[in-house]
Design a protein around this ligand. Structure first.
Ligand code: HEM
Length: 215
């Protein structure tokens, strides 16, 4: 395997830059709480891979969505496993982000020069929440429908623009097939692209600034 990789690397040249990227100095005295960020990334990768797999069989239409979920669960080979992995990875992703944020807060790593990374982190948090909310509707069952009904109705309480904003989010006055397609597109395209960009900024800053020294 090593020899095979050497031959591949002789043409592709991936080993040197990646070694440089992966082998970095870290301050003394770090503990396991510093793993939460990396774990969040791991769960994000699981989400992306299983999400891609689910998108092959999921049908984002008013008539077909619920049935396609049943097909994934009961008829597609290991479909239930991929769906469960997606669901559990989503929960653990959110838990890891929360733990990571607590760690950064407690160690006061948000202070300059890392204040911008804290803000970028807050944006990833919002995008993660929006992903969870839009993904919830996709099962297109009673629970999903009414949760989205309540969630989107809250937008209406915003003064002046509330009604318009709620209509924009739903795509119609009530939750409908238009809402489903809108949420699907936001869930699988807009938010993952935003998240990718934010993570790139986040890691770029971690790489450039290094991990903060422990207090
Ligand atoms: C998608 C979610 C996130 C991922 C995958 C992620 C990942 C990481 C990783 C791998 C590190 C370097 C190792 C570590 O210190 O744990 C890091 C550092 C950092 N993260 Fe996050 N993070 C996320 C969300 C957040 C959030 C929500 C915040 C705060 C609101 C945040 C603020 C920071 C800061 C300030 C650092 C630098 C910490 C230091 O130097 O000690 N991150 N992040």
């Amino acid at each position: 395997m090593g020899k095979l990789f050497d031959r591949f690397d002789a043409r592709f040249h991936v080993r040197r830059p990646h070694k440089r990227f992966l082998q970095r100095r870290i301050p003394e005295g770090l503990n396991y709480t510093y793993c939460f960020g990396g774990l969040a990334l791991t769960f994000f990768i699981v989400l992306a891979v299983t999400g891609l797999m689910l998108s092959v069989y999921y049908i984002p239409s008013e008539k077909e969505a619920y049935r396609s979920i049943l097909v994934i669960n009961d008829e597609i080979f290991l479909g239930w496993l991929v769906r469960s992995l997606h669901k559990w990875a989503a929960s653990f992703f959110i838990v890891m982000i929360i733990l990571h944020t607590i760690r950064v807060f407690v160690t006061r790593s948000y202070r300059p020069p890392r204040e911008l990374n804290w803000i970028v982190g807050c944006c990833t948090f919002l995008v993660a929440m929006a992903s969870a909310f839009t993904g919830y509707l996709l099962t297109w069952d009673q629970r999903a429908y009414w949760a989205t009904e309540v969630g989107t109705a809250m937008i209406q309480t915003i003064p002046l623009i509330g009604d318009h904003l709620m209509y924009a989010v739903r795509g119609s006055a009530e939750i409908s097939g238009k809402t489903l397609i809108r949420f699907y597109s936001i869930h699988v395209l807009f938010l993952p692209l935003c998240m990718g960009f934010l993570m790139w900024m986040h890691f770029h800053m971690v790489k450039r600034q290094g991990i903060a020294r422990r207090l």
